[in-house]
Design a protein around this ligand. Sequence first.
Ligand code: NAD
Length: 383
Amino acid sequence: MKRETGHVQSYTIAVLPGDGIGPEVIGEAVRVLAAVGERFGARFAVPQYPVGAAAVHATGTPLPPETRDAAGRADAVLLGAVGDPALDREPRERRPETGLLALRALLGVYANLRPVALHPVLAHASPLKPDRLAGIDLLIVRELTGGLYYGEPRGRQDGTAVNTLRYTVREVERVALTAFRAARSRRRRVLSVDKANVLETSQLWRETVTGVAQQFPDVSLEHGYVDTTAMRLVSEPAAIDVLVTENMFGDILSDEAAVLAGSLGMLPSASLGDGPGLFEPVHGSAPDIAGRDVANPIGAIATVALLLRHGLGLAEPAAAVEQAIATALEQGARTRDIARPSDRMMGTREMGEQIARLVRQPERSRRRRDRRRATPGVGDGRL
Ligand code: NAD
């Protein structure tokens, strides 16, 4: 738990590296966290615990009791990714994803925040035309512990399958509050997404969000259907500020929005409830590239920024990490997924080391960048 020893704040972060590229990218995230500790005089204890396939292989279950206890006691939980195709045919209680769903339920993290922004130097990596890219900076707030993924009854019998979509007013209210509060530190616009022309749960969603909006007269509220919103995300993404929606719609729309940033490997997420938050990059375990030092660690490192801001309330260190990522990109740091053929590519570790260095020594890095900007022909490529 958070302690003050002398003037130094101490925090315990339960680190769950998980599977595939999880341990590689989390290694770099922890490296950057250590750099934050050095620069800002904080202490981060980072004990590690198994989850997902790694935990199934070690203990037979994807969320062992030791991991559950540690996650519940920590100030925040940092997770890599879970997933191993070799376990796809195992029964549900031995699947890595079951461990992740159980962890979310254990921590009661009902709001999933996914910021999506495109750094101008990476415009080439986005599939959208350049004229659609300027100003993309949106935040998806997805309800995470209700809806179809958790509803009972569920199951299969005699050629029939059932899942249940149920929401209560309380479940909608609390995630709507998260979205409106987040909008206050942004452009003060909320887009609530539902399918109220067809679904009763969506009608309850719409009424409840409209009610919550009364507490936020300074934030504008717009409602949109999920199908229309799927189109808007690619036709006018820059017009969206905060998008709030239910679990399954959010799952789909947030992956659609992820593509805008050029690579899944760039994106962080935070899952918040009333206890410790769960912080993880958006991508999965990427078994196709695991163990080769090619994974992009920026999603995991940007996740550290969200952990500092939303999990520990440390706004200045969070901004320092985000600035270090931006500076590294401006200096030309590229992993394979965001590189052009002519770029020098670096590995997972080198990218982590460069960003950690920039967190530790921002002044020296800034001077170097200013010199580069003063050199004719070396611009910052802004759109
Ligand atoms: P994925 O996100 O693992 O990979 C999709 C594609 O993106 C792959 O080509 C991969 O190489 C690439 N990619 C992902 N992260 C990258 C990074 N940091 N740097 C560079 N490239 C990156 O999704 P998938 O392939 O559909 O799933 C693989 C496994 O991960 C499955 O077992 C799935 O269930 C699991 N999964 C877990 C989570 C999670 O832990 N939250 C999320 C999604 C998928």
